[in-house]
Design a protein. Structure first.
Lengths: 650, 329
């Protein structure tokens, strides 16, 4: 019997086969693919939430959740299903005593019948016929009912796992490196941020400081108020970071104009004046009668200082003991003011040096490869340096004159004698001293407030730039900190005993990894022959200008500051330093340690070339710390001033 | 061709139906027991009926013998029964010429149907007297081998082994029985029917509906029934799975069985399945037929170990697990 004769049976079995595959798929999907897929999806979603990128809706791991489904479907579609097994299933369902199965078997050619009797083939044919007769009325559906298995505990657990994964906090959108953010995406990111607002927790110290500046009617107070308003708008989400930065930049320009105006009206150097007033406050602090005056000066409250001084003088006029105490206080004030008035700054020497250089440059034949235009530009720069130093020198002199004037008034205020004319003179001197102190303190306060306003704007800009970043660079910063600590302990440096550059590349040299705008500013000079190692860290556009100078071969390294830095450490005006070769004692041929270099430089006025390299290392490291949001603004300014003080000198 | 074969099967069904009807004139209920005994007859196998006294075992066999119109002999096994009492012995007799000679006197085993009543009451030595007769259809006595009349069936009865004064049959002897048939206690209706029938004034009589020739034809027909290869393989798998060391052996087999069935057991299953197929009017046995005959065909061939006996696990339970576990292709 051939297979064509079995067609009814085979058709029925084909239908059964299709239903078996369908049921396999349904059952496999429910039993295996569903829980497995949910578990994989949960892992994928959790991975994306915790470690992945929020810009991709589902990470590759999440898509793996579809693999069990595909596997089950493939298995259901392609797993072998023999006709005999299917026939047995139909026979079992309809209780036909293997009629279909036996028909298939006995229809095979040369099948073993298990009997040698001549009647056996006849009985086999009868079995085949019985199989064919059994087909009518048989359907595949009852044999293989399609049922969706009920949910099990593992399915619910898997679903719960996925729900938990979705409940995990999502990473902020602006985690993407800037290189991947196109204009549209950046706009979308800013828009999103604008909707959500910015967490201002880290800006609280800045806001408190700005709040303190608001008390008066001056440019600093106005600036502080505006900066606070910008930050508040940013917090509420009314401004995005780009808009806030733009407004802060505008504010910065206004502040620069106000500073120029102040500089034009203020003849005295506020630094010298401030130092003199600080010493005056310290001197008056030693005496009980002038304690209030000292406190008021320390607070920067000139009106209170003037009033306290007036009261102290009145008290001294009434009581002999108080008069003696006041006289002692005035004597100490006189000394303190005298020290301030006679303080020797290096501006004069710098000015002289700058003038010499200018003259030398003017007389010197221009190099062959230098055009006239370049020469003029170079000379102009030198002249500007000279003019700037001249202005500075004049202002310092004016400040010193004012301090000297105050000293004379203090002297006059402590004049002895009970005669009327002497008493009148003393009272005039006391009045003038009080007014002069108040006036001087007013100028100092004004400059300080302006400086604080400037710092506030800078801080605000820095904060806005960094808002939304999760401190990715903290790990790298800590690594750098560790390496720096090791090097600072005096560990030997790199090859040839040369001190290695701990940080290669100045702050701002690194590739930008945050949303930035504006141009890098800063001016520096390169030096050294570094075989630097380490890693630079910066978040500006890396537009610091490096300018190599020096008589040693080597690669100039710029110390330009990108705008990612909060504030460049050292002299912001790019104080020129002169290279100077110094003899360093060899320590087993491996060069001096940092500690030795620093110790030697402190004795020689911070003028050695080795110290210059060490300073650069330290400054670079400190710059990263300054850039950290964790450092309060007041500490930041302190570090900045410290580095200005210890920067390499001529 | 097919119609002719179909007619043969139908004729066999009719004859067997008549036989069953005749037996049921005397025996009340016990349908499955009757079917099993008939299966033994058609498969040329011997049957061992086990049950407590008074269930009609002996009556069933005697009635069957009457219905098939063949020589019937009944041997009541007792503890003092000797092998010669079964197979016969040589006695000194006059030869008619004044001389005397030893002449063989056949025992009761020389009959078509031998009822070995309460076979486990005889000693093992006497029980073993039936070994050759059951296996080879012949007996050897006084140095001479004599064939037994054909067809030859031994239908034995035994009381449950736990009873007083019984001797368990040796495994070799047990293996020669096609079926070990458990005779159940009658149901309430059956008992009422039995009482009505046996305590009245009329005793039921049985008329012969088959003879030895027709029975021989039927047996030949059974052996002509084809068996599908997958079914043969299924039977082999089932039998192998009764052995603890087999891969398909279930937990109970591994734990409670000392020895599994012999190849003779597989033969029994397959032959009995053929009979069941024909009884059902089918031309080839199915897996259902195999499952139906598995218990009576193998329950006396699977030997429990001490743990199995101590735990009270029956062989039927072990075989039931086997049926669940082993599947056909």
């Amino acid at each position: 019997m051939n297979r064509a004769d079995l067609r009814p049976i085979l058709r029925l079995l084909d239908a059964v086969r299709r239903r078996v595959r369908l049921q396999d798929a349904v059952e496999g999907l429910a039993r295996i693919a569903l829980p497995a897929g949910l578990c994989i999806a949960a892992v994928g979603v959790a991975g994306d939430r915790l470690f992945g990128s929020a810009t991709v809706p589902f990470g590759p791991l999440t898509w793996l959740a579809l693999v069990p489904m595909a596997g089950v479907l493939a298995w259901a579609a392609f797993r072998p299903l023999s006709a005999r097994a299917l026939a047995r299933r139909v026979d079992a369902h309809y209780e036909t005593h293997d009629a279909l199965g036996h028909a298939l078997e006995f229809a095979q050619p040369e099948v073993s019948l298990g009997s040698q009797d001549e009647r056996a083939p006849g009985f086999a044919a009868l079995a085949v016929q019985a199989g064919l007769e059994a087909v009518p009325g048989k359907r595949a559906a009852p044999v293989v009912p399609i049922r969706v298995p009920p949910l099990r505990r593992i399915d619910l657990l898997s679903a719960a796992l996925l729900a938990v994964a979705f409940a995990l906090p999502e990473r902020p959108f602006d985690e993407d490196p800037p290189g991947r953010v196109g204009p549209d995406e950046a706009g979308a990111g800013a828009e999103l941020e604008a909707r959500e607002g910015v967490d201002m927790t880290l800006a609280e110290p800045l806001r408190e400081e700005l709040d303190r500046l608001r008390g008066r009617e001056d440019a600093a107070a106005k600036t502080a108020q505006e900066v606070l308003e910008i930050l508040a708008a940013l917090e509420r989400g009314e401004l995005d970071r780009a808009q806030a930065l733009a407004q802060l930049e505008a504010l910065d320009e206004e502040l620069a104009k106000a500073e120029l105006e102040m500089e034009a009206t203020l003849e005295e150097d506020p630094g010298i004046l401030g130092e003199g007033m600080r010493e005056l406050a310290e001197a008056l602090k030693q005496h009980e009668i002038t304690q209030e005056v000292s406190d008021a000066l320390s607070r920067g409250d000139e009106d209170a200082a003037e009033e306290a001084l007036r009261k102290a003088f009145e008290e001294a006029e009434k009581d002999t003991g108080a008069r003696d105490a006041m006289e002692n206080a005035m004597r100490d004030a006189e000394k303190a003011l005298g020290r301030g008035a006679n303080e020797n700054t290096d501006t004069a020497s710098k000015l002289a040096e700058a003038e010499r250089r200018l003259k030398r440059e003017e007389k010197r034949e221009p190099p062959e490869n230098e055009t006239e235009e370049e020469r003029e530009r170079r000379l102009k720069r030198k002249k500007e340096d000279v003019e700037r130093l001249q202005r500075q020198h004049e202002r310092e002199k004016a400040a010193q004159r004012e301090l000297e004037e105050l000293r004379r008034q203090a002297q006059q205020a402590r004049q002895q004698g009970q005669g009327q004319s002497q008493q009148q003179k003393r009272q005039q001197g006391q009045q003038k001293f009080g007014q002069g102190t108040g006036e001087a303190q007013r100028k100092v306060s004004k400059a300080r407030r302006m400086s604080s306003a400037r710092d506030g704007v800078e801080e605000a800009k820095s904060f806005v730039r960094r808002a939304g970043q999760n401190g990715e660079s903290e790990g790298r910063r800590k690594e750098q900190q560790k390496a720096f600590g090791k090097a600072a302990k005096g560990d030997k440096k790199g090859k040839d005993g040369q001190p290695s550059m701990l940080v290669e590349g100045e702050v701002g040299d690194g590739p930008p990894d945050a949303f930035m705008e504006g141009e890098g500013e800063g001016q520096g000079e390169g030096e050294g022959q570094g075989e630097g190692q380490g890693e630079g860290e910066g978040e500006g556009q890396g537009e610091g200008q490096g300018q190599g100078e020096g008589n040693q071969p080597g690669q100039g390294l710029g110390n330009g500051m990108g705008e990612g830095s909060v504030g460049a450490l050292g002299d912001e005006q790019g104080m020129k330093t002169q290279q100077k070769n110094v003899h360093v004692n060899a320590d087993q041929g491996r060069g001096a340690t940092r500690a030795q270099i620093i110790e030697q430089a402190s004795q020689e006025g911070f003028a050695s070339q080795g110290y210059r390299r060490v300073f650069q290392d330290y400054r670079s490291f400190a710059q990263t710390a300054i850039d950290s949001e964790e450092l309060p603004p007041s500490q930041r300014r302190r570090v900045k001033r410290y580095y200005q003080m210890i920067q390499p000198r001529d | 061709m097919s119609q002719e074969h179909k007619a043969q099967i139908e004729a066999l069904q009719v004859d067997l139906s008549n036989l069953v009807e005749e037996v049921q004139r005397v025996i009340v209920g016990q349908d499955e027991v009757i079917r099993s005994v008939i299966t033994c007859l058609l498969a040329r196998g011997h049957g061992l009926l086990e049950g407590v006294p008074g269930l009609g075992k002996t009556l069933l066999i005697r009635t069957l013998a009457e219905a098939v119109s063949m020589d019937f002999a009944r041997i009541q096994f007792t503890p003092d029964l000797m092998p010669a009492d079964i197979v016969g012995t040589s006695v000194l007799m006059d030869d008619g010429t004044g001389g005397r000679s030893l002449q063989y006197q056949p025992g009761p085993v020389f009959a078509n149907i031998v009822l070995a009543d309460e076979i486990n009451r005889a000693t093992p030595k006497t029980q073993s007297a039936l070994l050759e007769a059951m296996a080879e259809g012949q007996v050897t006595a006084a140095g001479e081998t004599r064939p037994l009349p054909q067809p030859f069936f031994v239908l034995a009865t035994q009381n449950p082994l736990e009873q007083e004064g019984t001797y368990p049959l040796p495994e070799a002897q047990l293996d020669r029985f096609l079926f070990k048939i458990q005779v159940p206690f009658p149901t309430e209706d059956e008992l009422i029917h039995i009482l009505d029938r046996t305590t009245g004034s009329e005793a039921a009589s049985v008329r012969p509906v088959l003879d030895g020739k027709r029975l021989g034809e039927m047996q030949a027909l059974i052996r002509a029934i084809p068996v599908a290869p997958t079914l043969t393989r299924y039977v082999v798998r089932l039998l192998r799975a009764t052995h603890p060391e087999d891969a398909n052996a279930g937990e109970k087999v591994q734990r409670f069985v000392r020895a599994g069935g012999s190849p003779r057991g597989a033969q029994s299953v397959l032959l009995a399945a053929r009979v069941r197929a024909v009884l059902g009017g089918r031309s080839t046995p199915s897996t259902d037929d195999v499952r139906q005959v598995l218990l009576p065909a193998l329950r006396h061939r699977v030997i429990r170990n001490f743990e199995g006996e101590a735990e009270g696990v029956s062989v039927d339970d072990i075989l039931a697990e086997l049926v669940e576990r082993v599947s056909a292709d």
